[in-house]
Design a binder for this molecule. Structure first.
Ligand SMILES: C[S@@+](CC[C@H](N)C(=O)[O-])C[C@H]1O[C@@H](n2cnc3c(N)ncnc32)[C@H](O)[C@@H]1O
Length: 224
């Protein structure tokens, strides 16, 4: 949560989409980082956890809550930063696509738990470019963190979509573990699954070549 928090610019109108227990929204309110905080969830019972947490406290006035799908119905809130964490990359992409143009929206802070390779090209399609990136390990799980704002960016290869442009040249420990895990998964699939269709085997082999290139980039930059 702290690493997501640190990617959020100060003094903005921030929406935490899919807030659940509202840990991030509460931190934003307690530390007075945002001008206004909107916390949403598609599930009323999930959002209820946050509502109960802030009820009767000074935070109640600082966090506006909505049960809604993604950014639906939030057009009038003047959202400048949308945070979407803890969902798959495909779902995050769908939420953003469905939202269309949000007049004041400047930036996105995204933490897809899976499917970052599907999210990156979607961001490009929607006119966003990843400007900052980080990688975190939490309870043994590895997550990318993306900060995106309006701009152009192209992803062509599997390696670019999966690992992005920034982290291979600025590798931290979590990112290196992620690359290693992706390599091992594919090696095991190839070794232990003789019934895999030839097409899939070829694809996995191509992906392994690209992972090898990312490893070389990491190696070069780790020693700088
Ligand atoms: C795993 S929790 C993540 C909570 C928090 N954002 C975090 O990173 O710790 C995912 C939350 O997203 C909510 N969610 C799923 N689809 C959604 C959608 N389309 N719009 C809003 N919230 C959604 C779920 O109800 C759930 O509370």
């Amino acid at each position: 949560m702290e690493r997501i928090y640190s990617l959020i610019p100060d003094g903005k109108i921030v929406a935490d989409i899919g807030t659940d227990h509202g840990q991030l929204a509460v931190a934003l309110a307690e530390r007075q980082k945002a001008k206004k905080i909107i916390a949403t969830d598609i599930s009323a019972s999930s959002l209820q956890k946050l509502i109960l947490r802030i009820q009767g406290t000074p935070l109640e006035k600082r966090i506006k809550t909505f049960v809604t799908d993604g950014l639906e119905g939030l057009g009038k809130e003047g959202i400048q930063v949308a945070v979407i964490a803890g969902m798959g990359g495909v779902l995050i992409g769908k939420i953003l696509e469905k939202a269309g143009t949000i007049p004041n929206l400047e930036s996105l802070v995204l933490c897809p738990h899976v499917g970052v390779e599907e999210l990156r090209p979607k961001l490009t399609d929607l006119g966003f470019a990843v400007k900052k990136e980080d990688f975190v390990e939490e309870e043994g799980k590895l997550y990318p963190l993306l900060f995106a704002s309006k701009g152009e960016e192209a992803y062509t290869t599997f390696g670019e979509k999966k690992f992005g442009h920034y982290m291979p040249e600025h590798p931290n420990e979590a990112f290196q573990k992620f690359v290693y895990k992706e390599k091992k998964t594919r090696q095991k699939l190839l070794q232990n699954n003789s019934k895999l269709p030839e097409k899939r085997r070829d694809e996995l082999k191509r992906e392994l070549i690209e992972i090898g290139k990312v490893e070389k980039t990491i190696e070069t930059h780790r020693n700088l």
